[in-house]
Design a protein around this ligand. Structure first.
Ligand code: SF4
Length: 310
């Protein structure tokens, strides 16, 4: 199994998303740039290479804002990393010269975020004027480059109704790119304005179901794409996912969870996610062992009524 190194370059993002985990932004909207010492990152790259790592993903929150990003990617390539993924908001990639330098340095995959099929919806999430146009320009620049591109959306209060439209937009506009939709509910435990950011699953489900239907209709025979999509909603309780995905996607999602969870822990003995919980009725659920449970903040805010053993 491929060993993957995750490197957080600790650089602040150019967006200001409503769900951002960077508390400095959520509190005051300020952008603080923090640059991790490049030498300390190189030490990690070298150490990982020596024990056989050949894949790395770079996060930041915005790795492309790191002053030494090209040098660091080049260093990873020099140390025999083959798969170098950049997880980015993508705004800097609107500059095609910069993009080409990143690819020439060794980046082989980009994962970008998109929150809506139109400027208003996307920027209601990013709270950054011009970010939609910059993202689309970046995607246009990436089209035709010899790299894999994945697009990730996150459904929030501001955009969940746009998920099916967004899925159709991406299929039509960027057919070479992978796509999936994640849930903000799983990772928003520290937010003070939870209801402003996180929608109820029940409200979002019809739009997500429609998105899944559109995606599956287009790519039903393309297993890598379907697998990528089935990773969506990984941390959403399976009783909810079963109301969104059809049988095939649900089965794939279950397989992916089994695989992931088995790598990390034995859920019969321990439950690793402190911010997640199971409720009493979960004990009779067929998904009990492979379900991540429900975010505690979600239960505190919206209650348990939506979760029923299946
Ligand atoms: S009922 Fe509980 S264990 Fe079953 S899928 Fe829902 S949250 Fe998970």
């Amino acid at each position: 199994m491929e060993k993957i190194l995750g490197l957080n370059l600790r650089t602040t993002c150019s967006n200001n998303c409503i769900f951002c985990a960077d508390s400095s932004k959520n509190k005051c909207g300020l952008v603080r740039y923090v640059y991790t010492d490049p030498d300390s990152i190189k030490v990690k790259i070298k150490a990982a290479a020596m024990v056989g790592y050949r894949a790395v993903y770079l996060t930041g929150t915005e790795p492309l804002n790191h002053l030494n990003i090209i040098e660091l990617i080049r260093y990873a390539r020099f140390n025999k990393f083959i798969h170098i993924e950049v997880i980015t908001a993508g705004l800097r990639l609107k500059d095609v010269t910069f993009l080409k330098k990143i690819i020439q340095a060794g980046a082989s995959e980009f994962t970008l975020a998109i929150y809506g099929a139109d400027r208003r919806t996307h920027e209601a999430v990013t709270r950054t004027r011009g970010s939609f146009g910059d993202t689309i320009k970046a995607l246009d620049n990436l089209r035709g480059q010899d790299v894999r591109v994945g697009l990730v959306s996150i459904f929030t209060q501001k955009n969940y109704k746009n998920m099916a439209v967004l899925t159709a937009f991406i299929i039509a506009s960027f057919p070479g790119m992978y796509f999936k939709i994640d849930s903000v509910a799983a990772f928003s435990n520290s937010l003070s304005e939870y209801k402003y950011v996180v929608p109820r699953f029940e409200a979002a489900a019809p739009f997500l179901r429609e998105a899944a239907k559109i995606y599956k209709k287009k790519y039903s025979t393309n297993l890598p794409r379907i697998l990528f999509f089935a990773k969506s909603l990984l941390y959403v309780p399976l009783c909810i996912v079963s109301r969104i995905f059809d049988k095939d996607l649900l089965n794939l999602s279950i397989l992916i969870r089994r695989y992931r969870f088995r790598q990390k822990y034995d859920p019969r003995k321990s439950f690793p996610f402190e911010s997640f919980a199971k409720i009493p009725s979960c004990k009779s659920c067929r998904f009990y062992v492979i379900c991540c449970g429900i975010s505690r903040s979600y239960i505190e805010t919206y209650g348990k009524i939506e979760f029923k053993a299946v």
